[in-house]
Design a protein around this ligand. Structure first.
Ligand code: NAX
Length: 329
């Protein structure tokens, strides 16, 4: 057995749909490596139902007898969940209720991320890193990061990897090639239908995707909206939102963030790159440098079409920030 020190992974919304598809893969070593023990620190809301469901999930984790699962913490207290956590995966948030406006959702969920951002900053490990999945994830991560006094903004990321994976899969399908042939497809902007899946730099079998597909109208008018609205299409088909593919994308997001040399889409503090407003969290390609750290790939030149798409998703992010401006610490 391995002698490595266990890594503490906090997961919020641990008894939810994504949680159920995620925890077992973390415990089996898919995320941090097959020789890396983990301690799962699972947070759920303090209702009897959620805490009971969380116990059930922990019972199943026990029943898997995972050699890498060194310990589990089950709690309704953020300060317990995030204590000494090396990774905090913020999955839990409130779903949009019937008749609820997007602005209300932003504000309701914003409160969760104020509290969790503060708690993480107070009690998490010195090397703490955070990945936000709960929607609207770009704005939620900005709120959490704004509460931090100790941890720098680069530690806070949000997930656009599901969009990248969806975009790659759909290009492969259209071209009739294996997914392994599709490269250099990165997601810019918001995790919402306004996102820009940059097919203009994507490659299929090493050649420009646009050349291989040979149908720019399809790329602009069918492909982009199909990737952007894939989440809604899954809900329509399944009656529930993406869970296994979202968990899988989060595994990819973290695994690639701890693997030097990997280039992948991550929503990070834009610092004005690629035409995004300063201080927004926007998807863009990053290259992992050392485990957990990354630099932005800034070499892609955008044409007028790409710039117009980035402007659109930037506007949406600016609008979200305006809605929650009172929540930014
Ligand atoms: P579920 O409703 O199944 O589970 C969410 C869980 O979070 C629930 O068990 C709930 O009790 C818990 N929770 C709520 N507030 C909490 C809090 N303050 N602290 C701890 N736990 C809390 O939703 P699920 O399908 O798991 O989706 C979770 C989130 O992921 C949603 O916000 C969803 O919109 C978002 N998604 C984000 C994606 C992305 O690519 N960024 C894709 C998938 C998904 O739609």
């Amino acid at each position: 057995m391995t002698s490595k020190t266990p890594i503490r992974v906090a997961v919020t919304g641990a008894a939810g749909n994504i949680g159920y598809a995620l925890l077992f893969r973390i415990a089996s070593g898919d995320m941090l490596g097959k020789d890396q023990p983990v301690i799962l620190q699972m947070l759920e809301i303090p209702t009897e139902g959620a805490q009971k469901a969380l116990k059930g999930v922990a019972m199943e984790l026990d029943d898997c007898a995972f050699p890498l699962l060194a310990d589990m913490v089950l709690t309704d207290d953020p300060k317990v969940a995030f204590k000494d956590a090396n990774w905090s995966l913020l999955v839990g948030s409130k779903p949009r209720g019937p008749g609820m406006e997007r602005a209300d959702l932003l504000k309701d969920n914003g409160k969760i991320f104020i509290a969790q951002g503060r708690a993480i900053d107070e009690v998490a490990a010195d090397d703490a890193r955070i990945a936000v999945v709960g929607n609207p994830c770009n704005t939620n991560v900005m709120i959490a990061a704004s509460q931090a006094k100790r941890l720098t903004a680069d530690r806070f990321t949000a997930m656009v990897r599901l969009d990248e994976n969806r975009g790659r899969a759909q290009l492969a399908k259209k071209a009739g090639v294996s997914i392994n042939e599709v490269s250099d497809l990165y997601i810019y902007g918001n995790h919402s239908p306004t996102m820009f899946a940059d097919f203009t730099h994507a490659k299929i079998g090493g050649k420009p995707a646009a050349q291989v597909i040979g149908d720019e109208t399809w790329l602009k008018n069918d492909y982009l909206p199909a990737v952007g609205k894939r989440g809604a299409a899954i809900i329509e088909a399944r009656g529930q939102s993406s869970a296994a593919s979202a968990a899988n994308a989060l595994i990819d997001h973290i695994r690639d963030l701890v693997t030097p040399g990997k280039v992948h889409s991550v929503a990070i503090n834009s610092e004005g790159r690629y035409g995004f407003a300063e201080g927004l969290w926007a998807g863009m390609p990053v290259k992992t440098t050392t485990p957990g750290a990354y630099e932005v790939v800034t070499t892609y030149e955008m044409d007028d079409f790409a710039k117009s798409k980035i402007a659109l998703t930037n506007d949406e992010l600016v609008g979200e920030r305006d809605t929650v401006k009172d929540m930014l610490g």
